[in-house]
Design a protein. Structure first.
Length: 263
């Protein structure tokens, strides 16, 4: 794909200056391969991060994983084999100084990513005491006790004696207990606003400057349908409609066109 992109932009009469400068650089393809490798780390984890059923604990673990990956890449000055191969060829072609500069830039790139990530992870540090709640391993009482102290400062009282017995006898976990109070408090916190952002995207697609006469109820119906059935294929949605006689009857009726009287 790279040769085609380069040929296309450089063949234009007035291509964007930055793109033209980039493709005229001898190292442009090497930069793209390096960025492709780096962005694969973010892409896979962003998809995992934006799952609807994530908690703050899971979101924080994903961010910690990305941070560790970037740290290891920086410490080992990681570059894909494809990049190393291309750099070796550039060395033979007499671009030794540029190759050294590229390695420095790779280090700077990892540092910038880590600094940016650290900035956005700082607000989540206050949830560190809750990390045991995903029960990926048997919780240590010291971690649970720190959590109880944290909640006490926020006005959520937990009986530490009962909680200790319940942690000790985790297999006897029942619906109403002291662990449940902590779990209900913590897992009510949304880990991200990706779902809200997706609603705004749907809103912008349906309510535009040229299409702004729809009622709020009509728009709400469109958004609810698009969002709640977004994982259905057209075939599945057709089967769902054909199997719901009540919904088909209401869809075919004229009730939806009946204007409502305003108060």
């Amino acid at each position: 794909m790279y040769p085609a992109l380069k040929a296309f932009f450089l063949s234009q009469d007035r291509p964007p200056v930055q793109i033209k400068t980039f493709f005229e650089d001898e190292f442009s393809e090497i930069y793209l391969w390096q960025m492709h490798s780096l962005m694969s780390v973010f892409q896979s984890n962003i998809q995992e991060m934006e799952r609807e059923d994530n908690s703050v604990v899971e979101a924080k673990r994903i961010l910690n994983k990305v941070q560790n990956l970037l740290h290891e890449r920086k410490m080992n000055n990681f570059m894909p084999l494809k990049v190393k191969s291309m750099l070796a060829q550039k060395q033979k072609d007499g671009y030794g100084q540029r190759c050294d500069h590229f390695s420095v830039q790779v280090q700077g790139l990892y540092s910038s990513c880590l600094d940016y990530l650290q900035k956005w992870m700082e607000p989540m540090e206050k949830f560190s005491t809750f990390m045991w709640m995903d029960l990926s391993e048997i919780p240590d009482w010291n971690d649970v006790e720190a959590c109880i102290k944290n909640l006490a400062e926020k006005g959520v009282e937990v009986d530490d004696a009962k909680c200790f017995d319940q942690v000790t006898n985790l297999k006897k976990f029942i619906e109403k207990n002291e662990l449940l109070k902590m779990v209900q408090f913590f897992f009510a916190i949304p880990p991200h606003n990706a779902n809200v952002e997706s609603i705004f995207s749907l809103m912008q697609a349906q309510w535009t400057n040229e299409r702004n006469r729809m009622s709020v109820d009509s728009l709400k119906g469109i958004w609810c349908t698009q969002y709640n059935f977004r994982n259905m294929t057209c075939k599945d949605f057709h089967s769902y409609l054909m199997g719901n006689r009540k919904l088909l009857k209401e869809t075919l009726s004229s009730d939806k066109y009946t204007p409502q009287e305003e108060d």
